[in-house]
Ligand binder design. Structure first.
Ligand SMILES: *Cc1c(COP(=O)(O)O)cnc(C)c1O
Length: 462
């Protein structure tokens, strides 16, 4: 189990925070410690029923443990439990949210000399959300306000949430075919644009299945010609902008172009070392804040400063999420050569190395080009797709028995076959998938490989 090396530091910080309120008359806050202890024991036992997400041998889904400073800061904030709906409910944490949102916007090239960050007086507008789904919902809601009745278009590999959100917003969603690397096909997009009535194109930088990067720069070129809104869903991949110079040229160009998007979503609770409950939406034009206008009979805004609830669809939001992110960004600023960026690069190197080993192994088939970010997918060789799927499932199970946790993903068969001969193969095949998003995955890769190797040998001998 990963120890929590900062619990002592947290106790000290809690004392310091209590000191901030020392002028208040004392309140008897005694609780029945024995009862709480018993319940906590039970709780811990229940939590044992989990995959070990914190461990480097967990290399399956998109799960990255929060940084110890984020855990401690979140827990510290619980002493006041601020609500970032309004300054009244979360004075310090609203200010911290504005600062972190400004830092994230700067990462995407949106400097805010003329603006006051999240407050959006000039420049951009942005805030934290409970996650990527809510952040994307707000972006598409604004898109719909700006172009009522027009269609939303995204790649067939875009997160399924876009189709569902469009349904909620009563906007039509059209899916565009992806190429054999999981990226939106430009010819297919242009075909949709020809049909007309496209209000917004959702461009995914880092698809959830394989971390594919849609050709943003070229799509921005089409925006010139056809006129539509560009929403970048970088919930997973956004932070990779920091290490774009270490990525493939086409990937680098997409991350370079992100500053020209109309709206951007990134999830600090995916790659940003945060506990769940932390997404972020950014709008290039702060003027969209007008759509959020409301009169609340319940909220008595006591100051003239901006209240984040005035620019957010969610009302109550965890101030602690902003506090945790703020503390993390103090320790690990979003710089191109800092420790945070180095952690992303380490996971990426682990993915490239895993892909290289798979490519050289006759038992597996990889995508024709390697991973764009830190997600690796591979097919198990077999005579039929059905057999390949069954083998992937068996290897997945055999790995889990050895404490190596991978994931499964359904991918089009044609992504693996020769593009010249198998253009019309439509079936999907179950593949193995590994998201190598922890920096420790790099030093642990030899161990990950040896478990996979042994599990595969077991399955293929049986
Ligand atoms: C994870 C993800 C989402 C959904 O975000 P949640 O935080 O899970 O709500 C949307 N888009 C992409 C590309 C994602 O990877």
């Amino acid at each position: 189990m990963i120890p929590h090396p900062v619990s002592e530091l947290l106790a000290r910080a809690e004392k310091r925070l209590a000191g901030e309120f020392s002028a208040l008359p004392k309140v008897d806050a005694s609780v029945d410690l024995l009862q709480i202890e018993a319940v906590l024991e039970k709780t811990a036992a229940r939590l044992g029923d989990n995959y070990p997400y914190f461990h480097p041998l967990y290399a399956g889904q998109m799960l990255k443990p929060p940084h110890p400073v984020a855990r401690a800061a979140y827990a510290l904030a619980m002493a006041v439990n601020p609500n970032n709906h309004a300054r009244d409910g979360g004075r310090a944490s609203s200010e911290m949210e504005i600062e972190v949102v400004r830092g994230i916007a700067e990462m995407f090239g949106w400097s805010c000399e003329s603006s006051s960050g999240g407050s959006g007086s000039g420049g951009f507008l942005g805030h934290l959300t409970s996650g990527g789904t809510m952040a994307n919902l707000e972006a598409l809601w604004v898109a719909g306000q700006l172009a009522p009745g027009k269609r939303i278009v995204g790649s067939e590999q875009a997160h399924y949430t876009h189709g569902r959100i469009s349904g909620v917003l009563k906007l039509e969603f059209s899916a565009v075919e992806a190429d054999a690397r999981g990226r939106m096909r430009l010819d297919a997009l242009e075909h949709e644009l020809h049909k007309g009535e496209v209000g917004t194109v959702v461009v995914t930088l880092g698809t959830t299945a394989i971390g594919a990067i849609d050709p943003l720069e070229e799509i921005l070129g089409l925006r010139e010609k056809y006129g539509f809104r560009v929403h970048v869903d970088a919930a997973y991949g956004g932070y990779f902008r920091l290490i774009r110079d270490q990525l493939e040229e086409s990937t680098r160009r997409a991350f370079e172009a992100i500053s020209q998007a109309d709206s951007i979503v990134v999830d600090p609770h995916k790659h940003g070392l945060q506990p769940y409950g932390c997404g972020c939406v950014l709008f290039r034009d702060a003027g969209v804040g007008r759509f959020y206008k409301h009169d609340s009979p319940y909220t008595y805004f006591t100051s003239k400063e901006l209240h984040l609830g005035e620019i957010s669809l969610e009302c109550s939001r965890a101030g602690a999420a902003a506090v945790a992110l703020w503390a993390t960004m103090q320790l690990l600023p979003l710089t191109r050569d800092g420790e945070f960026a180095q952690g992303l690069a380490a996971g990426r190197r682990a993915a490239v190395e895993l892909d290289r080993r798979l490519l050289e192994d006759a038992r597996f088939e990889t995508l024709r080009r390697g991973p764009e970010l830190d997600i690796v997918v591979w097919k198990v060789k077999a005579k039929t797709g059905e057999q390949a799927s069954a083998r992937a499932q068996a290897i997945f199970d055999a790995c889990a028995k050895r404490n190596l946790h991978l994931a499964l993903v359904q991918l089009p068969e044609r992504w693996f076959s020769d593009p010249d001969t198998a253009e019309d193969v439509q079936e999907t095949v179950t593949c193995l998938r590994s998201v190598l998003m922890k920096p420790e995955h790099e030093p642990w890769l030899p161990r990950i490989w040896s478990e996979l190797d042994a599990a595969t040998a077991e399955v293929l001998q049986a």
